[in-house]
Design a protein around this ligand. Structure first.
Ligand SMILES: Cc1cc2nc3c(=O)[nH]c(=O)nc-3n(C[C@H](O)[C@H](O)[C@H](O)COP(=O)(O)OP(=O)(O)OC[C@H]3O[C@@H](n4cnc5c(N)ncnc54)[C@H](O)[C@@H]3O)c2cc1C
Length: 320
C-alpha cells in the first residue's frame, strides 16, 4: 500500500514521483520496461551505446530549467548543440543530452525512489476508495491515488477495462489524441561516420527524419555507432516488414551522409513517437477517483512537455 502508484518510469512519471516524494507522499512507480526512461532510451550493441528514442531535449520553462541546472551541475547532462545542420529551427535554445545517453536523467531521478521495472500493469480495479493494480508478474499493488503516464491510448485502454466512468464528458477529447509511429535503425560502423559536427543531421526528405552519430555525441566513446529515424509514413508502410527489408531501405537512405560501412544493425519499432494532436491542458485529474493522467499527450509534446505535465500533475495531487 502506498499513497500514490504511478504507471510509467518515463520523464513524466519520474518527475511526478520526485515532487510527490518531496511533498511527503509514499510513491511507487511501475514500468513494464526492463530499463528506466521510457522513450528516453539508450541501448547497448556490443561495445557500442546508442540513443534510440529521444535524441535531445530543450528547456524553455523555468520549472524544468531548475531541474536541468541541477542535472548540469551534477554531471548528468550536457549541452550537445544549439543548432543542427539542415535544421530550419534556429531558436537558439540548448539541445541537452545525457552524458552517457538519454537514460541518464531517468537513472538519476530514480535514485531514492521506489521504482519497479519489468512490471507490466494488466488490470486496474477501483474498490472501497482504493486502486488495486495487478501486473503480469502476478503481483498486486494498492494505493490511494493512481497516476498513469503511459502514452494516452495505452492509458485509456487500461482504464476502459475497469468499466468505470473515469472521465465523463471529457472522455471524447482524451480518446481523440493520436500518436505517430516511428522506426529506428541502430548500426555499428567500421569507422568514423563522417557526419558533420555536432553529429546529428535533421532530414526533411522521406523516408528519414534524423541521422545521429553516438560517438561524436559522446554516448559511444569507443565505437562508431549511428541512430537513424524514419518518418511516420515509412513507419506505417513498413510496420510489419521484416527487418531484412526495412533495415536496408533506411540504411541506403542514410548512406549519402556516411563515410563508413555498416558492420551490424538492429531495427526497433516505436508505436508512439510524438502525439499529433496533444491536449492543451497539462494533465487530466478526476478528484473523486483520485485518478490523474499525465505525459506528453498533455501540455505540449516531446520531453519538455512530458516533464512539465508530470510536474503540474504532482502539484495537483499535492494540492488535493
Ligand atoms: C524515436 C523517437 C524520437 C524522439 N525524439 C525526441 C527528441 O529528440 N526530443 C524530444 O524532446 N522528444 C523526442 N521524442 C519524444 C519524447 O521521447 C517523449 O515525448 C517523452 O519521452 C515522453 O515521456 P513520457 O514520460 O510522457 O512517456 P514515456 O517515456 O513513453 O514513458 C511512459 C512509460 O510507461 C510505461 N508503460 C506503458 N504501459 C505500461 C503498462 N501497462 N505497465 C507498466 N508500464 C507501462 C512505458 O514502458 C514507458 O516507460 C522522441 C520519441 C521517439 C519515440
Amino acid at each position: 500500500m502506498t499513497d500514490v502508484l504511478i504507471i510509467g518510469a518515463g520523464i513524466a512519471g519520474l518527475l511526478c514521483a520526485t515532487e510527490l516524494h518531496k511533498g511527503g507522499y509514499s510513491v511507487r512507480i511501475l514500468d513494464k520496461g526492463r530499463g528506466l526512461g521510457g522513450r528516453m532510451a539508450t541501448r547497448r550493441m556490443g561495445a557500442g551505446r546508442l540513443d534510440h528514442g529521444a535524441q535531445f531535449f530543450t528547456v524553455r520553462d523555468p520549472r524544468l530549467q531548475a531541474y536541468a541546472n541541477q542535472w548540469l551541475a551534477d554531471g548528468v547532462i550536457k549541452e550537445w548543440f544549439r543548432h543542427a545542420p539542415e535544421d530550419s529551427n534556429t531558436d537558439g535554445y540548448s539541445r541537452y543530452c545525457g552524458i552517457s545517453g538519454m537514460t541518464d536523467v531517468a537513472k538519476y531521478l530514480a535514485r531514492g525512489l521506489d521504482v519497479r521495472t519489468s512490471e507490466q500493469v494488466l488490470e486496474l480495479i477501483r474498490d472501497l476508495g482504493q486502486w488495486i493494480v495487478r501486473t503480469q508478474s502476478g503481483r498486486t499493488y494498492v494505493s490511494e491515488h493512481l497516476i498513469v503516464t503511459a502514452p494516452l491510448p495505452q492509458a485509456l485502454a487500461l482504464l476502459e477495462s475497469t468499466g468505470i466512468d473515469y472521465a465523463g464528458a471529457q472522455k471524447t477529447e482524451l480518446q481523440a489524441v493520436r500518436y505517430e509511429k516511428g522506426l529506428a535503425v541502430l548500426a555499428i560502423l567500421d569507422g568514423a561516420s563522417g557526419l558533420p559536427s555536432p553529429g546529428g543531421v535533421k532530414l526533411y526528405e522521406s523516408p528519414l527524419t534524423w541521422v545521429a552519430d553516438n560517438q561524436q555525441k559522446g554516448v559511444s566513446p569507443g565505437v562508431s555507432a549511428i541512430t537513424i529515424h524514419s518518418d511516420a509514413a515509412f513507419a506505417e508502410a513498413h510496420w510489419d516488414s521484416p527487418d531484412e527489408v526495412r533495415g536496408p531501405l533506411m540504411l541506403d537512405a542514410a548512406m549519402p551522409y556516411l563515410k563508413a560501412n555498416v558492420v551490424e544493425y538492429n531495427c526497433h519499432r516505436w508505436g508512439y513517437t510524438l502525439p499529433i494532436n496533444p491536449l492543451a491542458k497539462s494533465y487530466f485529474h478526476n478528484p473523486n477517483l483520485k485518478l490523474t493522467l499525465a505525459g506528453d499527450a498533455f501540455g505540449g509534446p516531446r520531453v519538455e512537455g512530458a516533464a512539465l505535465s508530470g510536474l503540474t500533475a504532482a502539484a495537483k495531487v499535492l494540492q488535493s
